[in-house]
Design a protein around this ligand. Structure first.
Ligand code: NAD
Length: 233
């Protein structure tokens, strides 16, 4: 079967990465979003932005994939699994997932400020002031999509997935922010089996025909997968 897993920040919460909306969110509390996660913030004060992402980079590197990431990776033993994630962490890849599309970018990759050349970071450290793009020599920044920027798109891949997916599993997303919300609320709503895992699920999901598993990803992703296996047995 072809399975699409669409994830938001809730998937990585039990690994120790706070969601953007957490009230006890240490990573964001000393920073204003418009100063550290917008193009305007970058051009006003690059050092401040790099300091913010340095802290996020260290937080992510200190975390490990949780039971939900590992269960999603294990699905690949029997099925073709495509991950579409809003997360900038690399926990799906570290769990063993091979097909991961980061629509909001990835903190382990870099791109440059002028020409958006994207490349994998070849060293184990966050971007620093003075790190230049090996292709065009302009200053590097993390390959994350900031507020006001266009999400990473891949229209051909997406239209093929929409036509051929048998199962859609959404997890850990408030699905309030577009265009990411469209993946769960529009693009895949005709998929035969649709599941959603979240402790505080969006009320629209039930009306759209989702089977909703209310709870943490680490507990509910394995349950949703067992349910799927019952259906296709
Ligand atoms: P979001 O809009 O996807 O909301 C988080 C969702 O996770 C909520 O619906 C919440 O109910 C749910 N949740 C909370 N705990 C959970 C758990 N244990 N298991 C499953 N679900 C749980 O995401 P956001 O936090 O508002 O972040 C907005 C954007 O910021 C993201 O789309 C992403 O681009 C970025 N971000 C990324 C990371 C990461 O890479 N891990 C973390 C924070 C924010």
């Amino acid at each position: 079967m072809k399975i699409v897993v669409f994830s938001g920040a809730g998937l990585s919460k039990e690994s120790g990465i706070p969601t953007f909306r957490d009230s006890t969110n240490g990573l964001w509390e000393n920073f204003r979003v418009e100063e550290v996660a917008t193009p305007e913030g970058w051009w006003a004060n690059k050092n401040k932005v790099l300091k913010f992402y340095e802290a996020r980079w260290h937080n992510i590197k200190a975390c490990e994939p949780n039971a939900a990431h590992l269960a999603i990776a294990k699905l690949q033993e029997k099925h073709e699994v495509h991950n579409i994630t809003q997360n900038i962490d690399d926990l799906l890849e570290r769990a063993g997932c091979t097909k991961v599309w980061h629509i909001h970018g990835s903190i382990t990759r870099r791109k440059c400020e002028d020409f958006r050349c994207i490349y994998e970071a070849d060293h184990d450290k966050p971007v620093e002031h003075g790190d230049l793009c090996p292709i065009c020599k302009s200053q590097c920044r993390p390959d994350v999509v900031w507020f006001g920027e266009i999400v990473n798109d891949n229209p051909q891949y997406l239209s093929e997935l929409i036509k051929t997916a048998d199962v859609f599993i959404g997890v850990g997303s408030s699905i309030q922010v577009y265009p990411a919300a469209s993946f769960a609320l529009q693009y895949f709503i005709k998929t035969k089996h649709k599941f959603f895992v979240d402790p505080d699920p969006n009320p629209r999901l039930v009306r759209l025909g989702y089977e909703v598993f209310e709870g943490k990803a680490v507990e509910m992703i394995p349950k949703a997968i067992s349910k799927l296996e019952e259906y296709v047995a």
